[in-house]
Design a binder for this molecule. Structure first.
Ligand SMILES: CC(C)(COP(=O)(O)OP(=O)(O)OC[C@H]1O[C@@H](n2cnc3c(N)ncnc32)[C@H](O)[C@@H]1OP(=O)(O)O)[C@@H](O)C(=O)NCCC(=O)NCCS
Length: 151
């Protein structure tokens, strides 16, 4: 059976699956509590979850804070077994669509200088590198590239 990935608004039933991915892909993962607070309780946030219909589980997620006419993308991550299959693109498309219908004019995010795959994903959707945040990452003090997209 071929798989179908559904992108839905994140809710508290997704937190355990999101946390498993968070731990497996990020050097400094958010705690489950921090994820819950941002995804479920933060009224400024908007998160989506990618669900595999075949495996009936969370295979990716992404989110952002919407503040006035600006969106700050906090996180996008895809389960390692599902990377390179278009899931990250579908998540980012859903976030961009939400921005478009919400009257957001700018989207921004930070990405590790060494994370070429994520940079290519963002470039594909019109994000451009416009600055550097020195020593942004707490694990190795490496710089972040700041990217912006104008809607
Ligand atoms: C970055 C990430 C979210 C991308 O998700 P994904 O589902 O693998 O991405 P997609 O399959 O939709 O691919 C999107 C684009 O990324 C690039 N890309 C994907 N896999 C790649 C690879 N192995 N090598 C180079 N570029 C790659 C391509 O440009 C691709 O677009 P294309 O297929 O049209 O050429 C995913 O790799 C991930 O979870 N990484 C770990 C967490 C992370 O780094 N998050 C970003 C923090 S800023």
């Amino acid at each position: 059976m071929s798989d179908r990935i559904r992108i839905v608004r994140s809710n508290d039933s997704h937190i355990d699956g999101i946390y498993e991915i968070e731990k497996s892909v990020f050097a400094v993962p958010w705690s489950k509590k921090a994820l819950y607070e941002d995804i479920v309780e933060n009224i400024l946030s908007y998160y989506v979850t990618a669900l595999s219909e075949k495996e009936k589980r969370v295979v990716g997620y992404g989110g952002m804070w919407l503040v006035q006419d600006e969106a700050h993308v906090t996180n996008i991550a895809v389960d390692k077994a599902f990377q390179g299959k278009g899931v990250g693109s579908a998540i980012l498309e859903a976030l961009i669509r939400k921005c478009e219908i919400s009257g957001i004019r700018y989207m921004t995010l930070e990405v590790r200088e060494s994370n070429y795959v994520a940079q290519r994903l963002y470039q594909k959707f019109g994000f451009k590198a416009e600055g550097i945040r020195k020593g942004y990452y707490s694990d190795n003090k490496k710089d972040a590239i700041i990217m912006w997209k104008y809607l």
